[in-house]
Design a protein around this ligand. Structure first.
Ligand SMILES: [Fe+2]
Ligand SMILES: [Fe+2]
Length: 431
């Protein structure tokens, strides 16, 4: 049989849809698992700057993962196998990164090995992507190397500080082992000859166990609960009390981020929602910290930063912690909208604007909490209502005990002294 002649003008084909979707699927699972690793370890992070800043990156990771996942579904249509059938060697590598021993090792493995490899993988994909045939992928992916470089640049000063507090040799050894492991599986895009041996330095590390007490910066003064035990009497106290409340919303970032790791078989939208939820709560925390800082208060020193809500529930499992958050958030939108109006009327537009945006976020969180708790409870709405009541009851019992055990010193004295200084400054005509 003679071969038919074909026209060979134009660019030669370089990549089939099957090959392209296989690559994009590997990039999706990498972004997703790095995001879940950072989320799962967040509650274990001690460094306060890293604790506050990381949720934004986790949210950015979720957006990239989502675009990649949608593109795989388009290219493989009508196949829906985007969340199954991953390369076991790649999955094993990605799941090993959380076995880091401290904050610095987490960042070394995730950022300075895996994210750097991701930049290379995106650039390799884009080099041979057909500008017309694969334009829908190129449109979003072309920004990813720069986006990841921005994350790395933001992380650099933080990482330097973290690295200065640990054994440099041990840190370099961990980073080297992670890099060797990745090379051994043929990189993020895989290779034909994969060995996949797990380096002993990683294989011998124990499995990650999230702490029941969320870690806080070692420079923070210990505390049993975060809100002053007495109701504010004057407006200035109310301003400070609300600031303290905002900063301590970091626990509300820790729990949705933890469940991203603990619950590994949820629908994709759960991870997307949880990443946003965690990011929002870290923003609420930073809103409070910014205001209090402007008034001269230092986090963890002049007022407590402690995960009392979380600690009160964590012995019952992560479902209870998330349910307590949802129970509180049920009243969130009406409470926050009231705060917005009150603070605006009093002339504190900084706080009132924060509450306004916070209130907008809370309305979304309410839907997230309802949807995903109900999913965990197999759609049993009565069980969800009972769980919310039970967590509130347990919380009130717990905090009642803590109020008897601790009188909020030395914080109460410090706060009152700072408020007095602020008021006398005002009387003296200072701005
Ligand atoms: Fe919040
Ligand atoms: Fe919230």
């Amino acid at each position: 049989m003679t071969q038919e002649r074909a026209l060979v003008m134009g660019l030669p084909g370089k990549r089939t849809v099957e090959e392209a979707s296989e690559w994009v699927k590997r990039l999706y699972v990498t972004e997703r698992e790095l995001m879940r690793t950072l989320g799962g370890y967040h509650v274990h992070i001690a460094n306060w700057e890293l604790k506050k800043r990381l949720p934004r990156h986790i949210w950015q990771d979720s957006l990239r993962a989502n675009a990649l996942r949608s593109r795989v579904l388009e290219m493989r249509y009508p196949r829906r196998d985007v969340d199954t059938g991953h390369d076991p060697l790649l999955s094993a590598f990605l799941s090993s990164l959380i076995r880091c021993g401290n904050d610095a090792e987490l960042i070394a493995g995730v950022y300075y090995v895996a994210k750097e490899a991701l930049i290379e993988a995106y650039e390799a994909y884009l080099r041979d992507a057909d500008p017309l045939d694969d334009a829908p992928t190129i449109e979003f992916m072309k920004r990813y190397p720069a986006d990841l470089r921005e994350q790395l640049a933001e992380m650099t000063p933080l990482y330097e500080r973290l690295a200065s507090g640990v054994d440099r040799e041990a840190l370099a050894a961990w980073r080297g082992s992670v890099a060797a492991y990745l090379r051994g599986i043929g990189g993020l895009l895989g290779g034909k000859e994969q060995a996949g041996a797990v380096p002993a330095a990683i294989a011998t590390r124990p499995a990650y166990v999230p702490p029941l007490v969320p870690r806080r910066d070692p420079s923070f003064v210990p505390a049993a609960y975060h809100m002053p035990p007495k109701a504010p009497e004057r407006f200035i106290e109310r301003q400070v009390w609300q600031g303290i409340n905002h900063v301590n919303e970091i626990w509300a970032a820790e729990i949705p981020l933890l469940t991203m790791w603990q619950w590994d078989n949820m629908p994709w939208e759960f991870y997307l929602d949880s990443a946003r939820w965690g990011f929002d709560e870290s923003r609420h925390c930073m809103m409070g910290e910014e205001r209090l800082k402007a008034w001269g208060f230092e986090a963890g020193v002049d007022y407590p930063v402690v995960a009392d809500h979380y600690i009160s529930m964590s012995g019952h499992g992560e479902l209870y912690v998330l349910a307590l958050l949802h129970a509180f958030e049920t009243n969130g939108p009406s409470w926050k909208s009231g705060l917005k109006a009150d603070f605006e009327a009093a002339g504190d537009t900084a706080s009132s604007q924060d509450f306004d945006y916070d209130w907008a976020d809370e309305s979304i969180h309410l839907a997230y909490g309802h949807k995903w708790l109900l999913h965990r409870l197999n759609g049993d709405i009565d069980e969800l209502e009972d769980l919310k009541l039970e967590t509130r009851r347990l919380w009130l019992e717990w905090i009642g005990k803590k109020h008897q055990e601790w009188d909020y010193e030395p914080f109460l004295e410090r706060i009152q002294a700072k408020i007095a200084a602020l008021e006398s400054g005002r009387e003296a005509g200072e701005p």
